[in-house]
Design a protein around this ligand. Sequence first.
Ligand SMILES: *Cc1c(COP(=O)(O)O)cnc(C)c1O
Length: 354
Amino acid sequence: MKERVNAAGQPLKYHFASDNYAGICVEAWQAMEEANRGLACSYGDDAWTEKACEQIRELFETDCEIYFVFNGTAANSLALASMCKSYHSIVCHEMAHVETDECGAPEFFSNGTKMLLVPGENGKIDLDAVEHTITKRSDIHYPKPRVLSVTQATELGTVYSVAELQAVGEMARKHALHVHMDGARFGNAVASLGVEPKEITWQAGVDVLTFGGTKNGFAVGEAVVFFNKELAYEFDYRCKQAGQLASKMRFLTAPWINMLQSGAWLRNATQANNCARLLETEVKKIPGVRIMFPSQANSVFIEMPEQALAALRAKGWHFYTFIGAGGGRFMCSWDTKVDEVAALVQDIRIAMQL
Ligand SMILES: *Cc1c(COP(=O)(O)O)cnc(C)c1O
């Protein structure tokens, strides 16, 4: 494959663009390879899918109902739709992926459920703002609040603590809301907190989690985990209608078995987090740059002068500035190497001296 270059003829460096630029890790790849031996029942009626569900129940140490879909947008929007009628509303952070990056899919699949946006520092919902939003009106003209949605780890690379999630759960209970957790980077949150997965999900009151595989090193696929099994009623039909029921399901589910059994899911997340932490530590030493949010998962948001960002781009570095709140977002993945972090730090140092 021909190497891609920028206008200055520099090879494009994609290492920190996004955690979905990375390939498939060996544990996920091997599991697909092993599942690729002959015939198996289709549409999830196979031994791998059954085992993957068992494995996820074991991980969360509870009974739960699990579905596998192709991507996070489907996982989130179908999960949200399963909890809402069209006249309901979903309260989420103003920078939540479900609001800013899913092209209206939650509204579409729920036939019009409205998103109610709340602010909050560091990408976490402010619970006073949540309470204000859901109590300021109770008349029939206001879309009835039904779900509180949080992202763990957040879009800004921060992580809700156990106590913060317990407070989210309490707020939801107080107002009879369901709790949805967008866990596209759930592994990074678990690795960051060093807790048992149950502590930041069902024990804190989460009803449904979308558990991300793709950014964790899978080829494709996310698991929708219903701790509140009543909410999973006819969810299989939702998946099918939305074009999210894989006929060769075993290739979506076999990797979950190996990733969880081998511990690779947590190792991958830890590697990504450690690289981000290293990047943050090193960049903090450079005069004139500002770390925008505490780096608690696998991203670092760095504010620097526009000309420094331009100089980095001229050197081939590819990164996003449109996600979150401006600045450059540098994202580490399971495949990020310490050397690559060092190379980026070196170029930021040079760019800041121009
Ligand atoms: C990546 C991501 C998703 C999933 O996005 P898809 O591209 O639909 O797989 C969901 N939520 C968050 C916070 C994400 O970063």
